[in-house]
Every structure is written in C-alpha cells, then in structure tokens.
Write a new protein. Sequence first.
Length: 255
Amino acid sequence: MHSSDFYTDLPHETYERNGKPIQYPSIFYTDYRYFQLTALAPLKNVKRLLPSEKIFPYQPFPGLGVIAIAVYEYRQTDFGPYNEIGLGVPVSYGKSLPLFTGSLRKMPTQHYFYLHQLPLNSQYPCDLGVEMGGYPKYMADIEFTDETGWVTCTMHVDGQHAVTIKGRTDLPMKQMDREITHPLNFKDGRLLRSETILAPREMGFSMSQNDVELTYGDHELGQIIQELEIKRIFQYAYCPACCGNLTFVLESLPG
C-alpha cells in the first residue's frame, strides 16, 4: 500500500477561484492506481510528437525512441474521483542524453516528461489544467473493468473508440522509492514545467508481451498511436495503490 505519512506537515490551503475551490501550493492525489506501458518506436516518429527542438527523446537503442501510455484511476483527489489517460515522451531538456539511456544506461533519477495528450472524464480538472498549466487535456469517456488477474481501461470520445489497454494485476510486487517527475507542457511557444512527487509504493513490472495488450481505434489518439509504428512494448508496470501530489507551473522555459 502507499505511504501513510506522505502528506505529513505539507501545506495545503483551499482558496476559491471563479466560484470553485482550488488547493495550493499543490494538488493532492491521496488514493489512486495506475498502470503504464513504455514502447519502442522509430525515433523519427517519436520526434514528430515533440513541439520543440530543445527537448530530446531517450534513445535506448539506435534509431529507436520511447513513448509511454499511462492510465490513472483516481479514487480520491482534491477534485474528487476521475479517470485519465496520458500519452507522452520521456525527454531531456537542452541537450540529448547518451545513446542507450533506459536500456544499458540507467534512467535519470529526476526526468522530464513531455505530455502530448491527457484526456480525462471530469470537467473541472480538465478546465483548470488547460487554463492554469497548459495541459493537453480534453473530455473523454474512460472506463476501468476488472477480472481475475487483469484490468482493462477503455477510452471513447463521442462514441468513437480511441484506445484500450489491458494489463495483468497479479504480477510480483517490489517496493519503490519516492519518485519525482517534471511534466512539460507546450503553450504559446514556451515549455511549462511542473513537478509530481509519488510516494513510496509497491509496483509490479513485466517485459513479457503476454502481460499487456494495446488496441487502438479511429479517434485521433488511436491514429497517433498507430502512426508511431510501435515496434515492441518495452515494459509494463502496474501499481495497485499510490498517493502523490502535483504542483502548479514552477518554471517557464524557452521553447
């Protein structure tokens, strides 16, 4: 289970903005689960997702970049419960990392992550994220279903299938340390950096293609995934329970 003392002594004030509550200086996500896949795709295709020449995708193998698709089932947050899917690219800012980062070389302990699309099924966090952080959020129908040993997340927009991800939940678990990530969004020619902190938690990992399934439909998100020409799912990860927080924009970087 997630850390019970993660929020001890963290400031957390509630203000009113446009008649709705907003928490400051960070948003609490006090109970959620997530699973994600990282996949290898031709580097030229991965680069097409990036809006700036100042961010560089990881190259775990020559000619290949990495994309990530993550799904979140937020059970308790400052915004209430909602579901979300993220498509993004792990990147460095300012200069490229050495070849084989993420395979033969370790990943950075604190890394940047460019968010390309971030659909969700709750209007208030959607509007707030777009307005205050430049997040690429939009409304979608996102549903989770569970069966023995598996979880499935399916996304539709106006009845049009976008993506379905199915992954195993009965993987061996290992204890993970606290993790810091810097989401990057692109707005008005600038890269906006926030910070997420995940509490210590248990996670399961697999590199078997039999433990995760990815299918995509005709919606724009599905077509983007198809056009990436994914060569292989590199890793699948499942976290049954987690907590964390997300800051507002901390830094505006030249794009």
